[in-house]
Design a protein around this ligand. Structure first.
Ligand code: C2E
Ligand code: MG
Ligand code: MG
Length: 846
């Protein structure tokens, strides 16, 4: 924008100056023309005067002087004639008289000639008188020769009179001529005065005024032009501080100065811009040479426009090759020369031809106009990353970065990223990559099997003994797995305790994979010794054969998972190969999930209650609420199936809150001494709403908090965090009892019993079942009872089905018992009957 303005002003200034110099030339021309006109006028006047003078002189010479001269000659001759005649008449000698007469005749002839030659009219008029005079003289001479004195006298008198008149006339004529000449001279004199005046009137002003004024003007113009020229020179030398003269002058020089001022201002802008550009260039240079990456820019012909120091250093190029104009092929050649000092000289032409071909290919790629990156590994092993940005004019900019280290780090990261840092096995990514690669690159002749498994009870181990032990266990598992399969089988830890093995089965794929699966289970089922602890985990394995059990890697893994699911559900420690029918199971599972969702929405679930009986008094102390779901097609579904499903589907919170409320509402109708025990899922502890749900249930039902009991499993304890403890403490503080359900089945440490404020321990029915077998369970139950007693907790024996089991439980010191022996879980409306029945049963037993 500014450069456009400057250019505009520059144009205006230039045309302005041209107009001004034209004006000045016009003015100077006019001055010179005036001077020339003056000289011409003066010269003309002088010529006119000269002409006049010449004419006058010629006139005087032609008329007046001649006339006057002739008159003077005539007067002299007349006088001589008169004296000759008058004296001759006195002479008596006839010869003398005759002689005198002849002299008089000659003089008379001279006078006649003069008179004839004289054009003056007054003189020419004398001719008649002179003829009369001559006649009179001739008559007098005749009379004298005749001696007739009287006649002589008379003719003499006549002659004298005529002579007098003639002389008078000649004198007057001479005077007239002299006067005419004098008048001509006077006229000439006047003309001279006129000329002087004219000269004075023209030449003097011209000399006195025009000359000095013009000189002054010209001197002034030249002085100011000199100043302006100096100013221009200074401006041309970028000195824009110069003060310009004549800026306020109203004449053309002023205009010129103002035009120059525009130039100066433009120059100032240009200088400022140039400085700015210089500064930017300096910054650009600094930036260019201090950037981490090498930069080079080439024009459309492959000639170097600019490059930075790093570029030269990166490829060890000489500074000469960094000069603008160097061709890319020469640079590439030099790079090659540096890389192969021995080879390049011998095959330079060939290499150059190759380089030119390479440049042509590069140009074709640049023509597409899209940036691209490429990597170049130099002979010294360095990896250079080159980012190429095509430019609109056909050139391009390259950014070169030595990524050797980064590349190494990246490879290391990729290595790390593809392996499990804890066990050193492959990770999910590597496993998937290998599987995908097999799917994309293999033929059917090379079968591939996936063994998919996780560890049983690993979470419990991890939570019970802590993560370091869990980590050690995983490392030991990895070690055993390595020892179990072939070296080229790919073992991967997919996350947590989930593993997979990708192997090429030898023989019939399914059977071969199942054998490996069983070996894996056998290896992992052996106890692990960690810091003196004997830890036992197990595994179930799902098997799927690539392509046979999945058209894609994802399908295959999904089916391996289905097989694993099936393995787990069909009894732990088994290997199950995928079968299409399993899909039905999964479908059924999905259907059941959606049915459950609907049932929860519609409130189709219900609570049944199972009494818990005091083993001493036989009284029903509480009833446990057990959730029931009657499926429209499948009948009663076990909570062991739908509760985990509800947890997975995120329904448990809602369902748990409902169970709390419903149980309290139901319990409020029971005898005051009967409590209600509600199972609370570990997932409900994950959210903080359990306390409010319990409070809401109590508030809605009006049940005393002391009549509400919450049953939690060891899974809750495994969370072992402050918020779980808080929740338990809060519930306890509200007066709600807390029972630890299914005690002994999990891996909860006994130390939990000291850390959490349980009121009751429910000993899992598996112990009760085993007591009668003499397997030591009776001792364990007694130990648990003693521990509970010590900690001020009561104990409940679960799953009492028979009288003997009841007695064994009583004998072991259990405080209460629950089981089919007393009552199965019953609907709410049957609770009262069940309570009564329990009491009766006690009486009967007693
Ligand atoms: P649990 O809390 O240990 O419940 C006792 C289970 O043992 C019940 O199974 C009960 O029917 C069963 N049982 C009672 N006496 C005997 C007996 O003499 N012999 C045998 N074989 N079994 C007996 P159920 O009702 O199938 O519940 C299974 C589990 O589902 C419960 O175990 C509990 O963990 C969970 N559950 C039930 N209802 C709820 C609930 O409302 N919320 C939550 N979170 N879990 C629930
Ligand atoms: Mg329970
Ligand atoms: Mg239980």
């Amino acid at each position: 924008m500014s450069s456009y303005g400057a250019a505009g002003r520059f144009g205006e200034g230039r045309s302005g100056i041209m107009a001004i110099s034209k004006l000045i030339s016009v003015r100077l021309g006019a001055t010179v023309a005036l001077l020339v006109a003056t000289v011409i006028a003066v010269s003309l006047a002088a010529l006119i005067y000269l002409h006049s003078a010449e004419e006058a002189a010629r006139g005087i010479k032609r008329h007046d002087a001649v006339a006057a001269g002739a008159a003077a000659d005539i007067a002299v001759l007349l006088e001589r004639h008169r004296r000759l005649v008058e004296t001759a008449l006195l002479d008596r000698d006839p010869s003398a008289l005759d002689q005198r007469r002849q002299s008089a005749e000659r003089i008379g002839m001279l006078i006649t000639t003069l008179l004839s030659n004289n054009h003056d009219t007054s003189v020419s008029l004398l001719r008649d008188d002179f003829d009369a005079l001559t006649a009179s003289a001739r008559a007098a001479f005749f009379a004298a020769r005749e001696k007739e004195q009287s006649e002589v006298q008379r003719h003499k008198t006549q002659y004298t009179a005529l002579a007098n008149r003639l002389q008078e006339t000649v004198r007057s004529s001479r005077n007239t001529s002299l006067r005419s000449a004098t008048e001509t001279l006077i006229l000439l004199e006047r003309r001279g005065e006129d000329l002087r005046f004219l000269i004075l009137a023209t030449a003097l002003p011209a000399l006195l005024l025009l000359g000095p004024i013009s000189l002054l003007i010209v001197a002034g113009i030249i002085r100011r032009i000199n100043q302006l020229t100096y100013g221009m020179r200074r401006v041309a030398l970028n000195d824009t501080t110069i003060a310009l003269p004549a800026l306020d002058d109203g004449d053309e020089i002023g205009d010129m100065a103002r035009a120059l001022e525009v130039f100066r201002n433009n120059a100032e802008t240009l200088v400022r811009n140039a400085k700015e550009i210089e500064r930017l260039n300096a910054w650009f240079d600094i930036a260019l040479n201090n950037m981490a990456r090498g930069l080079s820019m080439f024009d459309a012909h492959g000639r170097l426009v600019v490059c930075n120091r790093q570029y030269l250093e990166l490829y060890q190029l000489t500074p000469a090759l960094g000069q603008p104009g160097t061709h890319i092929v020469d640079i590439a050649m030099s790079r090659a020369a540096r890389s192969h000092p021995d080879a390049v000289v011998a095959c330079e032409a060939e290499t150059r031809a190759e380089m030119v071909a390479w440049f042509d290919t590069l140009r074709q790629r640049l023509a597409l106009g899209t940036p691209f990156s490429q990597q170049q590994i130099l002979p010294d092993g360095r990896t250079i990353d080159i980012h190429v940005q095509p430019l609109d004019d056909g050139g391009w900019v390259d950014l070169h970065e030595d990524i050797t280290e980064a590349d190494r780090a990246k490879r290391r990261i990729t290595e790390l990223a593809s392996s499990d840092t804890l066990t050193g096995l492959a990770n999910r990514r590597q496993f998937m990559g290998a599987l995908e690669a097999w799917y994309h690159g293999s033929d059917d002749s090379r079968p591939m099997a996936v063994l998919w498994f996780d560890l049983d009870r690993f979470k419990a181990v991890n939570d019970t003994y802590g993560h370091p032990v869990g980590d050690t266990l995983l490392r030991l598992v990895a070690k055993r797995l390595r020892a179990t399969v072939r070296g080229d089988d790919l073992i991967a830890r997919l996350g947590g305790d989930e593993f997979a093995i990708l192997l090429e089965p030898m023989g019939e794929p399914v059977a071969a994979a199942e054998i490996v699966g069983r070996r894996v289970i056998a290896a992992l089922s052996q106890p692990f010794d960690i810091d003196g602890r004997q830890i036992t985990v197990g595994a179930s394995v799902g098997v799927a054969i690539a392509r046979v059990h999945g058209a894609t890697a994802d399908d295959l893994l999904q089916n391996a998972d289905i097989a694993l699911y099936r393995a787990k559900t069909s009894g732990r420690g088994t290997v199950v190969a995928y079968q299409t029918e399993f899909e039905q199971t999964i479908k059924a599972q999905r259907q059941l999930e959606s049915d459950l969702r609907l049932a929860v929405e519609k409130g189709e679930l219900m609570l049944h209650y199972q009494p818990i009986v005091d083993l001493q008094t036989g009284q029903v102390v509480s009833c446990e609420a057990l959730m029931r779901w009657r499926h429209r097609d499948q009948g009663m579904i076990s909570p062991a199936v739908f509760i985990p499903m509800a947890e997975d589907l995120g329904l448990i919170e809602h369902l748990g809150a409902w169970a709390l409320k419903q149980a309290c509402l139901d319990a409020a109708t029971w005898p005051r001494g009967t409590k209600v025990a509600v199972n609370v899922s570990a997932s409900q502890f994950a959210s903080r709403d359990l306390v409010s749900a319990a409070l809401a249930a109590l508030a809605t039902s009006g049940l005393e908090p002391e009549r509400l009991e919450v049953e939690v499993t060891e899974l809750v304890l495994l969370r072992d965090d402050a918020s779980t403890l808080d929740t338990l403490n809060t519930l306890s503080a509200l007066g709600i009892s807390i029972a630890l359900d299914d005690f002994g089945t999990g891996y909860a440490s006994l130390s939990y019993l000291r850390r959490f404020p349980f009121n009751k321990i429910k000993i899992d029915q598996s112990f009760i079942r085993d007591m009668k077998n003499g397997s030591g369970s009776a001792t364990i139950v007694r130990a648990i009872v003693n521990l509970a007693n010590t900690l001020g907790m009561t104990t409940v024996a679960e799953g009492i089905e028979t009288l003997s089991e009841r007695d064994a439980a009583r004998h072991a010191g259990c405080h209460a018992a629950q089981g089919y022996y007393y009552s199965r879980p019953v609907p709410p409306d049957a609770v009262a009957a069940a309570i009564a029945d329990c009491s009766n049963r006690y009486d009967a037993a007693a």
